[in-house]
Design a protein around this ligand. Structure first.
Ligand SMILES: Nc1nc2c(ncn2[C@@H]2O[C@H](COP(=O)(O)OP(=O)(O)OP(=O)(O)O)[C@@H](O)[C@H]2O)c(=O)[nH]1
Length: 292
């Protein structure tokens, strides 16, 4: 078997993606924080640590608000690693649980869980939960699912169309999801970290779709994908694409897939592989490790 490189190819320059609407979204969150009882931070289970946004933590601690973390896309993650992350978080007093909004995993009792964790201070006002998270982590899908399963609501129509493009939620919306006790969800647009510390975090976040592909470029994202899959010995891709042995680089996988499927367009091959990864065809993976 070919040797796996110790590290992935570095990016030429630092990735920074914090467009104006994210800045405005953060400002709006700060303005509305007093109306909120609790933050519901949605993270991606494939990057449970990297999809943390320090800005939300700062907001919570500054305004003494409770925070519950929901690790979404559990169906695409490594279950063993994720259960370990949740156990460790719970041990240090961080309230969190995992769901798959798309598959419905753990979604049935999400309303009960939220009602139990955040009982309303005043019955007439109800509990106000602000959903926050990076782009594309599944905020709209979660809200839609909660609306669909909310037992006491008449209008269960999905209010936000879930899309695969980051940052489609551009305005703040309040949604009643429980009548007795009264409870609301406040949706917010996806907000990235203003300063991404390192290449690896940027590439992980791009791989799961929190950052647009064009920002770091598809080539380094694929290089990183091959590297992390090999590093974690998650070589489902080898069999999936009918390779004799694991690819050593992104380029090797690119050439194999391009020739196998007769792609003659550069972007088609990249999109094809990245989409296979993002929809779980190349196996379940959690890229972060927790070190406490
Ligand atoms: N496999 C899987 N896909 C999911 C899950 N939840 C959401 N998705 C998909 O992830 C993509 C993004 O979901 P959205 O709900 O639009 O994400 P968002 O956080 O609201 O995105 P922004 O509005 O851009 O901030 C869509 O293609 C969803 O179908 C999940 O639990 N599992």
């Amino acid at each position: 078997m070919k040797a796996i490189a110790d590290t992935f190819p570095a990016l030429g320059e630092k990735v920074n993606w914090f467009p104006g609407h994210m800045y405005r979204a953060l400002r709006l969150m700060k303005e509305n924080v007093d109306k909120i009882d609790c933050f519901l931070e949605i993270r991606d289970s494939r990057v449970p640590i990297s999809s943390r946004n320090q800005e939300f933590d700062d907001l919570c601690s500054f305004h003494s608000k409770k925070k519950i973390i929901i690790f979404n896309k559990y169906d695409l993650s490594n279950q063993r690693v994720m259960n370990n992350v949740i156990e460790k978080y719970n041990r240090v007093g961080i309230d969190c649980f995992a769901v798959s909004a798309k598959k419905g995993t753990n979604m049935k009792d999400i309303i009960t869980q939220l009602q139990q964790r955040m009982p309303a201070k005043y019955d007439t006002v109800g509990t106000w939960l602000m959903i926050c998270g990076m782009p594309n982590v599944g905020k709209s899908t979660i809200i839609n699912q909660i609306r669909q399963i909310a037992p006491e609501l008449h209008n269960r129509r999905a209010i936000n169309k879930a899309t695969a493009t980051p940052c489609t939620t551009k305005s703040v919306v309040g949604v009643k999801f429980s009548q007795k006790p009264l409870a609301y969800l406040v949706d917010t647009p996806g907000v990235m970290i203003p300063n991404i510390q390192d290449d690896e975090t940027a590439l992980k976040l791009s791989l799961v779709g929190c950052i647009k592909d064009v920002i770091p470029g598809k080539e380094p994202i694929l290089d990183y994908l091959v590297w992390i899959l090999n590093k974690q010995k998650q070589q489902t891709y080898q069999h999936y694409y009918g390779m004799k042995e694991p690819a050593k680089t992104g380029d090797e996988l690119f050439v194999h897939v391009r020739d196998k499927f007769n792609h003659y367009n550069y972007d088609t091959t990249y999109d094809f592989i990245l989409d296979d990864f993002r929809t779980g065809k190349l196996g379940r993976i959690t890229m972060d490790t927790i070190d406490f």
